[in-house]
Design a protein around this ligand. Structure first.
Ligand code: UDP
Length: 237
């Protein structure tokens, strides 16, 4: 299924799909990084869990009419996706203040945002993924002003669907990061992954972190909490 390795990131490898032009194989790795690569570890089973979780979530988004690059899960750690040109923006959507925003803007942790807050970060490891504004995004990426608006609208729509999906498994969706890609025809669609690596997920009853924060903060067993997310999503499916 896989041909040439095109790219290796912190959490995934990207291969050209064998004999299928315009398609890629994403291979989820067991590596975990935090603080812009400052903290690193590897967890047996993480690649499988994120591949399975992300596949289930993409399928749910498809059912709700959201177009994504996801085609199918191939095996434990790999999925087939449509090839897109990734737009170098990390689009963060926040429903509740957590992570970097309380410190940056002096907002009290756990403050809910009445209107979900959207932030752009420039996807550039060397620069440490800096926070940027719309004008920077326009300058740094190959998008038009109308497309910036479209990306924000898509992110808000995806947020409402993800809130519903997670609420149905007793989880509060605090914040998450999306990446968008451009198909060969020009259309912008959701790409990358949606997993506990890229979302902050709090149990609605206990408040417990069920995401990569257990690794960032060293407060729990990453595999155990990712297993819990998968178990709840499978029970719902
Ligand atoms: N996030 C991500 N990749 C990044 C940075 C952030 O997936 O490179 C996600 C993170 O998991 C969280 C949300 O985006 O769900 C907001 O992250 P924040 O800016 O608070 O940064 P953090 O403190 O999580 O690094």
């Amino acid at each position: 299924m896989k041909a040439e390795l095109l790219y290796e990131g912190k959490a995934k490898q990207v291969y050209q799909a064998q004999g299928e032009s315009g398609k890629l194989v994403l291979s989820y790795k067991n590596d975990a990084t935090a603080f812009n690569g400052g903290k690193k570890d590897s967890f047996e089973g993480k690649g499988r869990l994120n591949n399975e979780i992300s596949s289930l979530i993409f399928n749910e988004l498809h059912a709700k009419g959201i177009e994504t690059h996801f085609i199918e899960r191939l095996n434990e750690t790999e999925q087939l996706v449509t090839q897109t040109e990734i737009i170098p923006l990390e689009v963060v959507v926040r429903n509740i203040a957590a992570g970097s925003i309380p410190k940056r803007l002096g907002i009290e942790e756990k403050t809910p945002f009445e209107k979900p807050m959207i932030e752009f970060f420039y996807k550039n490891d060397e620069l440490g993924d800096p926070l940027i504004n719309d004008e920077h995004a326009l300058y740094l990426s190959n998008v038009t002003e109308a497309e910036i608006k479209e990306i924000k609208e898509l992110a808000r729509k995806i947020n409402t669907h993800l809130i519903d999906i997670f609420r149905s498994i007793n989880i509060s969706l605090v914040d998450f990061k999306l990446e968008f890609g451009r198909k060969s025809g020009g259309t912008i669609i959701l790409a990358d992954e949606v997993s506990p690596d890229t979302c902050r997920l709090w149990d609605r009853t206990t408040g417990e972190n069920l995401d990569k924060d257990v690794f960032r903060k060293g407060t729990g067993d990453l595999i155990e909490v990712y297993e819990e997310i998968l178990k709840r999503l499978e029970a719902k499916a």
